[in-house]
Design a protein around this ligand. Structure first.
Ligand SMILES: C[S@@+](CC[C@H](N)C(=O)[O-])C[C@H]1O[C@@H](n2cnc3c(N)ncnc32)[C@H](O)[C@@H]1O
Length: 369
């Protein structure tokens, strides 16, 4: 089987490592995601274990497609009766990049028409637009005149782990938080700190990574309900994930924030994620760290003025740079759209372009020395 795992631009390198570790082979990295192959159970394993990707798609077809006739033919070559259960609504999404076929509504219409034509006439009535995630979700990615036709196996996107039922104003996605932890170079032995923790996402993801808790262990996936796929693979993936949780190591993982409501929410989220005994949240102003000695990894998403506007940002970022300069063994980094680059030296800091939601940001990071 072949799969395509989508991700936010900038996290491909960590997603690639994850897929290889889970067992995917023949990886092809591109700007929208990573293609990989593997045995039948890989669909379940990828969904249950991937921390940094958005969705796992099953590859239905890959074909050079320049005209609507070619698109119609490529769609018609697929055995849709196998993939579309009776009465299942169909959602078709499409993206076209540097291709002759560039009208998204026309691409969507052609795909739907080709599916209807392929399956028996009376099925036409069941093919309708529907925003329910329980439907069959098809994604046509056309890049440089090559169609990658994909079937969503995740359902809800992978950042929905299930633990963050409460959040504050500007939470970072769980998938991006996990990517930052992985990019920071933290090796679980050193202390880990998020001093602007908000709803706790980064510290909770760090705790889940350290304890090897599979992010998809407690949720369901669209693929579990595919009539053509053995749902036991999902059961097995979740069962074996439980047995892989580390319980014997000790960690120092801390989150702090000035907002007491944030701290309460972070603690509740940690409880739901099963890591309340691994991560410690407290009320604290970042200013206090300026006069303390700290070491280990600092990974954070400080306020940066687009969504949160009530802070003296210049002072705050100056303090962040002081904390990193004073504590020479401190490593990790911050994700922000604020120009933190003016405080960093090119020989010790890296900056990586990332998107937090739709906002262009940079992850300014300093490696463990
Ligand atoms: C962008 S949010 C962090 C969101 C978080 N990553 C999450 O997933 O929910 C920034 C956080 O910084 C906190 N904050 C602002 N100024 C602070 C300060 N001086 N010290 C500590 N926390 C502060 C805010 O209360 C807010 O929760």
């Amino acid at each position: 089987m072949q799969f395509f795992i989508t991700c936010t631009p900038g996290v491909e390198s960590v997603l690639k490592k994850e897929i290889e570790k889970i067992g995917g082979t023949d990886l092809v990295v591109s700007d929208r995601g990573i293609l990989c192959s593997g045995p039948d159970n890989l669909m379940a394993e990828l969904n249950v274990w991937i921390r940094t990707g958005n969705r796992v798609y099953f590859v239905l077809a890959e074909k050079r497609t320049r005209t609507f006739d070619e698109l119609f033919e490529a769609i018609g070559a697929i055995d849709w009766r196998k993939y579309i259960p009776k009465d299942a609504p169909i959602i078709v999404d499409a993206v076209s990049v540097k291709s002759d076929l560039d009208s998204i509504p026309a691409i969507q219409k052609t795909i739907k028409k080709a599916i209807v034509t392929k399956i028996t006439g009376d099925r036409e009535s069941i093919l309708r637009e529907d925003d329910k995630v329980t439907g069959i979700h098809i994604f046509a990615l056309i890049r440089e005149n090559t169609l990658l036709l994909l079937l969503d196996t995740s359902g809800e996107p992978l950042h929905k782990r299930g633990y963050r039922t409460e959040a504050l104003e500007a939470p970072i996605k769980e998938t991006l938080a996990a990517a930052l932890v992985m990019l920071s170079g933290w090796r679980y032995k050193e202390p880990f700190l998020d001093p602007f923790c908000g709803s706790g996402t980064i510290a909770i993801e760090a705790a889940m990574i350290a304890r090897n808790i599979a992010p998809g262990m407690a949720r369901s996936f669209a693929g579990e309900y595919f009539p053509w796929y053995d749902s036991n693979y999902f059961k097995q993936a979740k069962e074996s994930a439980k047995a892989k949780i580390m319980t014997d190591r000790k960690y120092t993982i801390t989150g702090s924030d000035t907002d007491p409501e944030a701290v309460r929410i972070a603690r509740d989220n940690a409880k739901r994620a099963g890591v309340s005994d691994t991560v410690n949240f407290s009320e604290k102003d970042f200013k206090e760290y300026v006069s303390e000695y700290i070491s280990g990894a600092l990974v954070s998403n400080p306020p940066y003025g687009i969504r949160l506007q009530d802070y003296d940002l210049d002072l705050l970022y100056k303090d962040i740079s002081i904390v990193f300069t004073k504590n020479t063994s401190l490593f990790g980094g911050i994700i922000t759209s604020y120009d933190f680059g003016k405080y960093t030296r090119a020989n010790t800091w890296k900056n990586r372009k990332l998107y937090n939601g739709n906002e262009l940001c940079y992850f300014y990071s300093k490696k463990f020395q």
